[in-house]
Design a protein around this ligand. Structure first.
Ligand SMILES: Cc1ncc(COP(=O)(O)O)c(C=O)c1O
Length: 382
Protein backbone atom coordinates (compact mmCIF):
# COMPACT_ATOMS: atom_id res chain seq x y z
CA UNK A 1 0.00 0.00 0.00
CA UNK A 2 1.19 3.50 -0.79
CA UNK A 3 0.79 6.40 1.66
CA UNK A 4 -2.16 7.83 -0.27
CA UNK A 5 -3.87 4.45 -0.36
CA UNK A 6 -3.49 4.01 3.41
CA UNK A 7 -5.21 7.35 4.02
CA UNK A 8 -7.94 6.59 1.46
CA UNK A 9 -8.57 3.16 2.95
CA UNK A 10 -8.77 4.54 6.49
CA UNK A 11 -11.28 7.11 5.32
CA UNK A 12 -13.28 4.51 3.43
CA UNK A 13 -13.53 1.91 6.20
CA UNK A 14 -13.27 3.74 9.56
CA UNK A 15 -16.13 5.63 11.17
CA UNK A 16 -14.95 9.23 10.74
CA UNK A 17 -14.71 10.26 14.38
CA UNK A 18 -11.23 11.79 14.41
CA UNK A 19 -9.68 14.92 12.90
CA UNK A 20 -6.46 13.46 11.52
CA UNK A 21 -3.15 15.21 10.92
CA UNK A 22 -0.87 14.58 7.96
CA UNK A 23 1.28 11.93 9.61
CA UNK A 24 1.32 8.19 8.91
CA UNK A 25 3.70 6.70 11.46
CA UNK A 26 5.12 3.30 10.70
CA UNK A 27 7.82 3.15 13.35
CA UNK A 28 8.83 5.04 16.45
CA UNK A 29 11.76 4.86 18.80
CA UNK A 30 12.52 6.89 21.90
CA UNK A 31 11.34 10.47 21.35
CA UNK A 32 11.03 10.11 17.58
CA UNK A 33 8.29 8.98 15.22
CA UNK A 34 8.99 7.99 11.59
CA UNK A 35 6.45 8.70 8.90
CA UNK A 36 5.68 6.30 6.05
CA UNK A 37 7.78 8.49 3.74
CA UNK A 38 10.75 8.28 6.14
CA UNK A 39 10.48 11.76 7.68
CA UNK A 40 11.47 11.86 11.37
CA UNK A 41 9.42 13.83 13.90
CA UNK A 42 10.38 14.82 17.44
CA UNK A 43 7.38 13.90 19.59
CA UNK A 44 6.71 16.49 22.31
CA UNK A 45 3.10 15.28 22.28
CA UNK A 46 4.12 11.79 23.40
CA UNK A 47 1.34 10.07 21.43
CA UNK A 48 -1.19 11.91 23.65
CA UNK A 49 0.69 11.58 26.97
CA UNK A 50 0.93 7.82 26.54
CA UNK A 51 4.57 7.32 25.51
CA UNK A 52 5.87 8.16 28.96
CA UNK A 53 9.00 6.03 28.43
CA UNK A 54 9.37 7.02 24.79
CA UNK A 55 8.07 4.99 21.90
CA UNK A 56 8.21 1.20 21.92
CA UNK A 57 10.40 1.01 25.05
CA UNK A 58 12.38 -2.23 24.72
CA UNK A 59 11.87 -3.40 28.27
CA UNK A 60 8.10 -3.03 28.13
CA UNK A 61 7.89 -4.56 24.64
CA UNK A 62 9.99 -7.54 25.82
CA UNK A 63 7.85 -8.02 28.94
CA UNK A 64 4.68 -8.07 26.80
CA UNK A 65 6.20 -10.50 24.28
CA UNK A 66 7.48 -12.88 26.97
CA UNK A 67 4.18 -12.81 28.82
CA UNK A 68 2.28 -13.42 25.57
CA UNK A 69 4.23 -16.62 25.04
CA UNK A 70 3.74 -17.81 28.65
CA UNK A 71 0.07 -16.91 29.12
CA UNK A 72 -1.60 -14.49 26.76
CA UNK A 73 -4.88 -14.30 28.63
CA UNK A 74 -6.80 -15.58 31.55
CA UNK A 75 -9.76 -13.93 33.20
CA UNK A 76 -10.29 -12.28 36.56
CA UNK A 77 -11.64 -15.47 38.14
CA UNK A 78 -8.02 -16.49 38.82
CA UNK A 79 -5.05 -14.96 40.59
CA UNK A 80 -2.13 -14.32 38.26
CA UNK A 81 1.51 -13.91 39.31
CA UNK A 82 2.02 -10.97 36.96
CA UNK A 83 -1.15 -9.21 38.17
CA UNK A 84 -0.15 -9.70 41.79
CA UNK A 85 3.30 -8.19 41.10
CA UNK A 86 1.89 -5.22 39.15
CA UNK A 87 -0.69 -4.48 41.85
CA UNK A 88 1.89 -4.64 44.62
CA UNK A 89 4.33 -2.36 42.80
CA UNK A 90 1.61 0.17 42.02
CA UNK A 91 0.12 0.16 45.52
CA UNK A 92 3.55 0.66 47.06
CA UNK A 93 3.83 3.92 45.11
CA UNK A 94 0.29 5.07 45.99
CA UNK A 95 -0.18 7.75 48.66
CA UNK A 96 -1.95 5.47 51.19
CA UNK A 97 -0.27 2.56 53.03
CA UNK A 98 -3.44 0.46 52.59
CA UNK A 99 -4.02 1.26 48.88
CA UNK A 100 -5.80 -1.23 46.63
CA UNK A 101 -6.03 -1.32 42.84
CA UNK A 102 -8.80 -2.19 40.39
CA UNK A 103 -7.51 -2.86 36.88
CA UNK A 104 -9.50 -1.89 33.80
CA UNK A 105 -8.83 -0.93 30.21
CA UNK A 106 -8.89 2.83 29.74
CA UNK A 107 -9.14 6.21 31.39
CA UNK A 108 -12.86 6.59 30.90
CA UNK A 109 -13.51 3.14 32.37
CA UNK A 110 -11.36 3.98 35.39
CA UNK A 111 -13.41 7.14 35.97
CA UNK A 112 -16.73 5.32 35.55
CA UNK A 113 -15.53 2.75 38.07
CA UNK A 114 -14.37 5.35 40.59
CA UNK A 115 -17.72 7.17 40.37
CA UNK A 116 -19.55 3.88 40.79
CA UNK A 117 -17.46 2.98 43.85
CA UNK A 118 -18.13 6.44 45.34
CA UNK A 119 -21.87 6.08 44.83
CA UNK A 120 -21.88 2.70 46.53
CA UNK A 121 -19.62 3.82 49.39
CA UNK A 122 -21.65 6.95 50.20
CA UNK A 123 -25.13 5.76 49.26
CA UNK A 124 -25.50 9.01 47.29
CA UNK A 125 -25.56 9.68 43.57
CA UNK A 126 -24.60 13.29 42.85
CA UNK A 127 -21.23 14.21 41.31
CA UNK A 128 -19.43 17.53 41.48
CA UNK A 129 -17.07 18.22 38.60
CA UNK A 130 -15.32 21.25 37.14
CA UNK A 131 -15.74 23.57 34.18
CA UNK A 132 -12.99 22.84 31.67
CA UNK A 133 -12.54 19.26 32.96
CA UNK A 134 -12.40 16.16 30.77
CA UNK A 135 -12.91 12.62 32.01
CA UNK A 136 -13.56 10.46 28.95
CA UNK A 137 -16.10 9.49 26.31
CA UNK A 138 -18.35 6.91 27.94
CA UNK A 139 -21.60 8.36 29.18
CA UNK A 140 -20.97 8.70 32.90
CA UNK A 141 -17.45 10.10 32.52
CA UNK A 142 -18.58 12.35 29.68
CA UNK A 143 -21.40 13.76 31.78
CA UNK A 144 -18.79 14.79 34.36
CA UNK A 145 -16.71 16.55 31.70
CA UNK A 146 -16.96 20.33 31.83
CA UNK A 147 -16.03 21.05 28.21
CA UNK A 148 -19.41 21.90 26.62
CA UNK A 149 -18.81 20.40 23.16
CA UNK A 150 -18.08 17.01 24.74
CA UNK A 151 -20.59 17.16 27.57
CA UNK A 152 -23.53 17.84 25.27
CA UNK A 153 -23.12 14.30 23.91
CA UNK A 154 -24.15 12.93 27.33
CA UNK A 155 -27.38 14.85 27.62
CA UNK A 156 -29.32 11.79 28.75
CA UNK A 157 -28.38 12.32 32.41
CA UNK A 158 -30.62 14.56 34.53
CA UNK A 159 -28.90 17.98 34.77
CA UNK A 160 -29.20 17.90 38.52
CA UNK A 161 -27.04 14.80 38.92
CA UNK A 162 -23.90 16.70 37.97
CA UNK A 163 -22.94 20.08 39.43
CA UNK A 164 -20.16 22.15 37.86
CA UNK A 165 -17.81 24.47 39.69
CA UNK A 166 -14.81 26.58 38.57
CA UNK A 167 -11.45 25.19 39.62
CA UNK A 168 -9.75 27.27 42.29
CA UNK A 169 -13.08 28.93 43.19
CA UNK A 170 -13.53 29.97 46.81
CA UNK A 171 -17.19 28.88 46.97
CA UNK A 172 -17.46 25.14 47.54
CA UNK A 173 -21.08 25.12 48.69
CA UNK A 174 -22.01 22.89 45.70
CA UNK A 175 -20.24 20.11 47.60
CA UNK A 176 -22.84 19.23 50.20
CA UNK A 177 -24.24 16.18 51.98
CA UNK A 178 -25.94 14.93 48.79
CA UNK A 179 -22.67 14.52 46.89
CA UNK A 180 -21.05 11.11 46.37
CA UNK A 181 -17.93 12.17 44.49
CA UNK A 182 -15.94 15.20 43.49
CA UNK A 183 -13.91 14.43 40.40
CA UNK A 184 -11.12 16.70 39.23
CA UNK A 185 -7.98 16.63 37.14
CA UNK A 186 -5.14 18.00 39.30
CA UNK A 187 -4.03 19.75 36.12
CA UNK A 188 -6.85 20.26 33.61
CA UNK A 189 -5.09 19.19 30.44
CA UNK A 190 -7.61 19.49 27.58
CA UNK A 191 -9.07 22.52 29.39
CA UNK A 192 -5.84 24.52 28.96
CA UNK A 193 -3.18 23.10 31.36
CA UNK A 194 -4.88 24.72 34.35
CA UNK A 195 -3.46 23.51 37.64
CA UNK A 196 -5.21 23.44 40.99
CA UNK A 197 -3.62 25.74 43.52
CA UNK A 198 -2.25 24.24 46.74
CA UNK A 199 -4.87 26.13 48.72
CA UNK A 200 -7.72 24.83 46.53
CA UNK A 201 -6.51 21.23 46.60
CA UNK A 202 -6.49 21.31 50.41
CA UNK A 203 -9.85 23.11 50.56
CA UNK A 204 -11.38 20.44 48.29
CA UNK A 205 -10.18 17.61 50.48
CA UNK A 206 -11.31 19.40 53.64
CA UNK A 207 -14.75 20.11 52.22
CA UNK A 208 -15.17 16.50 51.04
CA UNK A 209 -14.27 15.24 54.50
CA UNK A 210 -16.72 17.66 56.13
CA UNK A 211 -19.70 16.47 54.07
CA UNK A 212 -18.67 12.83 53.58
CA UNK A 213 -18.04 13.03 49.82
CA UNK A 214 -15.14 11.21 48.15
CA UNK A 215 -12.47 13.16 46.28
CA UNK A 216 -11.33 11.51 43.04
CA UNK A 217 -8.23 12.77 41.28
CA UNK A 218 -8.42 11.96 37.57
CA UNK A 219 -4.74 11.33 36.90
CA UNK A 220 -5.29 9.66 33.55
CA UNK A 221 -2.76 12.07 32.04
CA UNK A 222 -0.70 12.92 35.09
CA UNK A 223 0.14 9.62 36.82
CA UNK A 224 2.48 8.05 37.29
CA UNK A 225 5.18 10.69 37.72
CA UNK A 226 4.32 13.17 34.98
CA UNK A 227 3.73 16.01 37.46
CA UNK A 228 7.13 15.48 39.08
CA UNK A 229 5.56 13.31 41.80
CA UNK A 230 4.35 9.73 41.54
CA UNK A 231 0.85 11.11 42.10
CA UNK A 232 -0.22 14.74 41.85
CA UNK A 233 -1.22 15.12 45.48
CA UNK A 234 2.54 15.15 46.11
CA UNK A 235 2.63 18.61 44.53
CA UNK A 236 0.59 19.95 47.43
CA UNK A 237 1.27 17.44 50.24
CA UNK A 238 -2.27 16.11 50.25
CA UNK A 239 -4.10 13.10 48.94
CA UNK A 240 -7.54 12.39 47.46
CA UNK A 241 -9.61 9.30 48.39
CA UNK A 242 -9.24 7.71 44.96
CA UNK A 243 -6.98 8.13 41.93
CA UNK A 244 -7.69 7.05 38.39
CA UNK A 245 -4.92 6.55 35.87
CA UNK A 246 -4.40 5.15 32.36
CA UNK A 247 -2.37 6.52 29.40
CA UNK A 248 1.26 6.22 30.59
CA UNK A 249 0.64 3.51 33.19
CA UNK A 250 1.59 0.74 30.75
CA UNK A 251 3.72 2.94 28.45
CA UNK A 252 1.47 2.34 25.45
CA UNK A 253 -0.34 -0.91 26.19
CA UNK A 254 -4.05 -0.22 26.87
CA UNK A 255 -4.68 -0.21 30.61
CA UNK A 256 -6.53 1.77 33.25
CA UNK A 257 -6.42 1.58 37.03
CA UNK A 258 -8.46 2.85 39.97
CA UNK A 259 -6.45 3.22 43.15
CA UNK A 260 -8.39 3.62 46.37
CA UNK A 261 -7.43 4.06 49.98
CA UNK A 262 -8.25 1.01 52.07
CA UNK A 263 -11.40 2.34 53.77
CA UNK A 264 -12.95 3.11 50.36
CA UNK A 265 -11.74 -0.12 48.74
CA UNK A 266 -13.31 -2.21 51.47
CA UNK A 267 -16.81 -0.97 50.59
CA UNK A 268 -16.58 -2.87 47.29
CA UNK A 269 -18.22 -6.29 47.40
CA UNK A 270 -17.77 -9.30 45.14
CA UNK A 271 -19.63 -8.69 41.91
CA UNK A 272 -19.88 -4.90 42.28
CA UNK A 273 -17.53 -4.31 39.37
CA UNK A 274 -15.95 -6.39 36.64
CA UNK A 275 -14.26 -6.41 33.27
CA UNK A 276 -13.07 -9.20 31.02
CA UNK A 277 -9.78 -7.75 29.84
CA UNK A 278 -8.87 -5.39 32.72
CA UNK A 279 -5.86 -6.71 34.63
CA UNK A 280 -5.07 -9.16 31.85
CA UNK A 281 -1.57 -10.67 31.77
CA UNK A 282 -0.24 -8.46 28.95
CA UNK A 283 -1.42 -5.22 30.53
CA UNK A 284 0.00 -6.26 33.89
CA UNK A 285 3.34 -7.26 32.35
CA UNK A 286 3.46 -3.82 30.70
CA UNK A 287 2.53 -2.03 33.94
CA UNK A 288 5.14 -3.93 35.93
CA UNK A 289 7.91 -3.23 33.39
CA UNK A 290 6.88 0.43 33.10
CA UNK A 291 6.97 0.99 36.85
CA UNK A 292 10.27 -0.86 37.22
CA UNK A 293 11.92 1.36 34.63
CA UNK A 294 10.33 4.50 36.05
CA UNK A 295 11.55 3.70 39.54
CA UNK A 296 15.05 2.97 38.29
CA UNK A 297 15.28 6.23 36.35
CA UNK A 298 13.55 8.24 39.13
CA UNK A 299 10.86 9.40 36.74
CA UNK A 300 9.43 12.09 39.07
CA UNK A 301 12.87 13.75 39.29
CA UNK A 302 13.21 13.61 35.51
CA UNK A 303 9.78 15.24 35.09
CA UNK A 304 10.85 18.06 37.43
CA UNK A 305 14.07 18.52 35.46
CA UNK A 306 12.10 18.72 32.20
CA UNK A 307 9.89 21.46 33.64
CA UNK A 308 12.88 23.37 34.92
CA UNK A 309 14.61 23.20 31.53
CA UNK A 310 11.50 24.23 29.58
CA UNK A 311 10.88 27.20 31.88
CA UNK A 312 14.54 28.27 31.64
CA UNK A 313 14.74 27.96 27.84
CA UNK A 314 11.36 29.63 27.25
CA UNK A 315 12.03 32.42 29.71
CA UNK A 316 9.85 35.40 28.87
CA UNK A 317 6.94 33.20 27.78
CA UNK A 318 4.05 32.11 29.96
CA UNK A 319 4.54 28.44 30.82
CA UNK A 320 1.74 26.61 32.65
CA UNK A 321 1.54 23.23 34.38
CA UNK A 322 3.99 21.01 36.20
CA UNK A 323 6.68 18.46 35.33
CA UNK A 324 6.08 16.91 31.93
CA UNK A 325 2.58 18.36 31.40
CA UNK A 326 3.25 21.90 30.31
CA UNK A 327 1.39 24.60 28.40
CA UNK A 328 2.92 27.46 26.46
CA UNK A 329 0.77 30.54 25.93
CA UNK A 330 0.64 31.22 22.17
CA UNK A 331 -1.77 30.97 19.20
CA UNK A 332 -1.85 27.21 19.63
CA UNK A 333 -3.47 25.90 16.45
CA UNK A 334 -1.20 27.81 14.11
CA UNK A 335 1.92 27.11 16.20
CA UNK A 336 1.26 23.35 16.40
CA UNK A 337 0.69 23.21 12.63
CA UNK A 338 3.81 25.19 11.80
CA UNK A 339 5.92 23.16 14.23
CA UNK A 340 4.83 19.97 12.53
CA UNK A 341 5.11 21.19 8.96
CA UNK A 342 8.21 23.36 9.20
CA UNK A 343 10.18 21.79 12.07
CA UNK A 344 8.88 18.24 12.26
CA UNK A 345 8.07 18.66 15.92
CA UNK A 346 4.80 17.34 17.35
CA UNK A 347 2.88 19.23 20.05
CA UNK A 348 -0.81 19.50 20.96
CA UNK A 349 -3.54 22.09 21.20
CA UNK A 350 -6.07 22.31 24.07
CA UNK A 351 -9.72 22.00 23.05
CA UNK A 352 -10.69 24.22 26.00
CA UNK A 353 -8.25 27.08 25.36
CA UNK A 354 -6.97 28.10 21.93
CA UNK A 355 -4.20 30.20 23.48
CA UNK A 356 -2.33 27.28 25.06
CA UNK A 357 -0.10 24.74 23.30
CA UNK A 358 0.46 21.52 25.24
CA UNK A 359 3.76 19.68 25.67
CA UNK A 360 3.57 16.07 26.94
CA UNK A 361 7.01 14.67 26.09
CA UNK A 362 8.26 11.23 27.04
CA UNK A 363 10.04 11.48 30.39
CA UNK A 364 12.96 9.68 28.74
CA UNK A 365 13.57 12.59 26.35
CA UNK A 366 17.21 13.69 26.43
CA UNK A 367 18.21 17.26 27.22
CA UNK A 368 19.54 17.62 23.67
CA UNK A 369 16.22 16.47 22.17
CA UNK A 370 14.28 18.77 24.46
CA UNK A 371 16.50 21.71 23.53
CA UNK A 372 16.00 20.92 19.84
CA UNK A 373 12.23 21.06 20.35
CA UNK A 374 12.39 24.25 22.38
CA UNK A 375 14.60 25.95 19.78
CA UNK A 376 12.01 25.00 17.15
CA UNK A 377 9.25 26.50 19.31
CA UNK A 378 11.21 29.74 19.74
CA UNK A 379 11.90 29.88 15.99
CA UNK A 380 8.21 29.46 15.13
CA UNK A 381 6.99 31.89 17.78
CA UNK A 382 9.69 34.37 16.74
C1 LIG B 1 -7.86 13.62 32.11
C2 LIG B 1 -8.43 12.54 31.26
N1 LIG B 1 -9.34 11.69 31.79
C3 LIG B 1 -9.86 10.68 31.06
C4 LIG B 1 -9.52 10.49 29.74
C5 LIG B 1 -10.11 9.36 28.98
O1 LIG B 1 -9.17 8.37 28.82
P1 LIG B 1 -9.38 7.22 27.70
O2 LIG B 1 -9.28 7.92 26.39
O3 LIG B 1 -8.27 6.24 27.96
O4 LIG B 1 -10.71 6.65 27.94
C6 LIG B 1 -8.59 11.35 29.15
C7 LIG B 1 -8.21 11.17 27.73
O5 LIG B 1 -7.67 12.01 27.07
C8 LIG B 1 -8.04 12.39 29.93
O6 LIG B 1 -7.16 13.25 29.40
Amino acid sequence: MRRLEIVASGERYEIPSYARIDLVPVRAEGSHVYDFDGARYLDLYGGHAVAILGHSPARVADAIAMQARDLLFYSNIVHLPVRARAAERLCRLAPWPDAKAFFCNSGTEANETALKIARKATGRSRVVAFRGGFHGRTLGALAASGLPEYREQAALFPEDLYRFVEINASDLSAIDGTVAAVIVEPIQSMGGVRSLTRQFAHALRRRCDEVGALLVFDEVQTAPARTGHWFAGGLWDMEPHMITTAKGIAAGFPAGVVLAQGSVAQTVRTGDQGTTFGGGPLACAAIEATLLQMEEMDAPARARAIEERVRRRLRGREVLGHGGLLGVRCPAKETVKRLREEKRVLAATCPGDGTVMRLLPPLTISDAELDEGLLAIEAVLG
